[in-house]
Design a protein around this ligand. Structure first.
Ligand code: CP
Ligand code: NVA
Length: 316
């Protein structure tokens, strides 16, 4: 009788934060994402993981998702593999089974796991015990898969992001943190305008400073956006945040409207990870206007997920 081969002792390639990758690796993943898009539904042979037909991605969601859930599912299928999608309440995780046990068990069944979690520590704890890659499908601290797609989208519209200027106006949240990681690794300038109460986490800013990142932080949206190649924002109230009224009051002056967009370069693009709330963080005339690339950005989640999965499964 043949038993399932025990997991390999080679360290898995986790994808938890862009800060954990060196610039060359992140560049390679973004280039792979461009190549995946160019190849359409059939990924190029040199970017297709070995034995992918037998590989399974396990997806677990502690928070809602449209883009991340569907794009990972479709990406894995287009690569030739399969997926299992669960909400946390469907699993023993929701009843407090230790993360270390969950990591060891899922490592015996699947070939990678992707989770959207309430607490970033869930990802790091799983990764400490898993023998398969752990992918961050959004935590309260970061959203690295999103920013691979965002960098790719920038480059489709405006060419190489290295040396460009990206402006963020709004909450210094999980998406902003992954932008800070990407700017530092890919060497572009990132100007963030946030109300001081909602600045990015100090640890992320200190990391970027220590790594030589070109990150500027201000409370003045006009100053951040002046001359930028790209303006980005995100919802004022992220999943799991309770203080909606206070946040809306603080973030009002950071709304991206046509007047603010006029301060950027004439051919600047507008990006938003979605879901968006028109009339709050962005005016409908901007997100539905000619400078917006939000639906390319959403589509690019699919191509980026294929690149991330390929890398996690050993390509590149
Ligand atoms: N941008 C993003 O992650 O969207 P979902 O919450 O729909 O996955
Ligand atoms: N900052 C948002 C991103 C959603 C994709 C949130 O965490 O809810």
């Amino acid at each position: 009788m043949q038993l399932k081969t025990l997991p390999s002792t080679v360290a898995p390639r986790h994808f938890i934060d862009l800060s954990a990758l060196d610039g060359r690796t992140l560049r390679r993943i973004v280039d792979m994402a461009h190549a995946m898009k160019a190849a359409g539904r059939r990924p190029p042979k040199d970017l297709t993981p070995v034995d992918v037909g037998e590989k399974i991605l396990i997806m677990i969601f502690e928070k809602p998702s449209t883009r991340t859930r569907v794009s990972f599912d479709v990406a894995m299928r287009q690569l030739g593999g399969q997926t299992i999608g669960l909400n946390d309440k469907d699993t023993q995780l929701g009843r407090g089974e230790p993360l270390s046990d969950t990591a060891k068990v899922l490592s015996r069944y699947g070939d990678a796991m992707m989770l959207r979690v309430n607490a970033h520590a869930t990802l790091t704890e799983l990764a400490a015990h898993a023998t398969i890659p752990v992918i961050n499908g959004l935590s309260e601290l970061s959203h690295p898969c999103q920013i691979v797609a965002d960098v790719m989208t920038f480059e489709e519209a405006r060419g190489s992001i290295t040396g460009a200027t990206v402006a963020w106006a709004g909450d210094g949240n999980n998406v902003a943190a992954s932008w800070i990681h990407a700017a530092t690794r890919l060497d572009f300038r990132l100007r963030l305008a946030c109300p001081p109460q909602l600045n990015p986490e100090r640890a992320v800013l200190e990391w970027a400073k220590a790594e030589g990142g070109k990150i500027e932080l201000t409370d003045d949206a006009n100053a951040a956006v002046a001359g930028a190649d790209c303006v980005v924002t995100d919802t004022w109230v992220s999943m799991g945040q309770a203080d909606a009224a206070k946040r809306k009051q603080l973030l009002g002056p950071y709304a991206v409207d046509e007047r603010l967009m006029r301060r950027a370069k004439r051919d600047a693009i507008f990006m938003h990870c979605l879901p968006a709330y028109r009339g709050h963080e962005v005016a409908a005339t901007v997100i539905d206007g000619p400078q917006s690339v939000v639906f390319d950005e959403a589509e690019n989640r699919l191509h980026a997920q294929k690149a991330i999965l390929a890398w996690c499964l050993g390509v590149g």
